[in-house]
Design a protein around this ligand. Sequence first.
Ligand code: 0WD
Length: 257
Amino acid sequence: MRGIDLSGKVALVLGVANKRSLAWAIADALGEAGCSLALTYQGERLRKNVDELAQKYPGAPVMACDVESDEQVEGVFARVEKDYGRLDVLVHSIAYARREDLEGEFLKTSRQGWRIAMEISAFSFIRLTSLAVPFMKNGGSVMALTYVASQRVVPNYNVMGSAKAALEHAVRQLASELGPSNIRVNAISAGPISTLSARGIKGFSGMASHHRRLAPLRRNIEPREVGDAALFLASEMASGITGEVVHVDGGFNIMAI
Ligand code: 0WD
């Protein structure tokens, strides 16, 4: 157990694909701090990975949730209500764009490619938050994962940069609306980590070594460091922080050259 104790709290974590997923590290950080967990998987192919994580946290429900399905999204909250009747923490660690929209010219972005990236990577955050709010009766902490390509041009990140910009705006807008209910809404902007979705970005390994060279800490970050930041944001230690984008990137974002 680290310094923060989340016993008695409940967190819903979406976006575990496998052991390398940032959501896995976040779920572990929260679970090891005593937080009860509810976990989701997108599609049967990922179910056994999430089951493996859930085994460490007896009683944690594991639910199918593709955010493109209203029925599945609503089903998740019905189960949270049944199992726990409350929610304190919501973690959105989901992003998707078609491979052809993550390379080549941004100018050629298709209507469909834009819609898919925006809907899965940004709109789902608003929808999930709206369904979580009624369960956060004593306040809560909501968080999403973002990347510096929301603010600056990163080659090949293309439509995902647009989606992350929309996601960060949603963080601020929701923080403003939910602050009076003591629900805090923040984003963690992580440096590049080699996960399933990161490897879908063309030239990812070059990007990671560029970060390593330029970042003040002169290294890439570890998933555990994202987990620790999420643990902090979930806890009372962060009670005064909302609408923020917290960078866990070794300081990369402050550098010009
Ligand atoms: O370098 C990185 N890895 C960074 C990731 C740097 C900064 C930010 N991020 C963000 C990502 O953009 C994403 O928002 O962190 C979040 C988590 O990504 P991850 O942990 O890097 O990647 P991964 O382990 O692949 O988890 C993302 C998961 C999907 O995985 P795959 O690879 O199967 O698409 O998002 C989920 C899915 O499990 N996902 C969905 N979940 C529900 N419904 C959907 C969907 N429609 N689409 C993707």
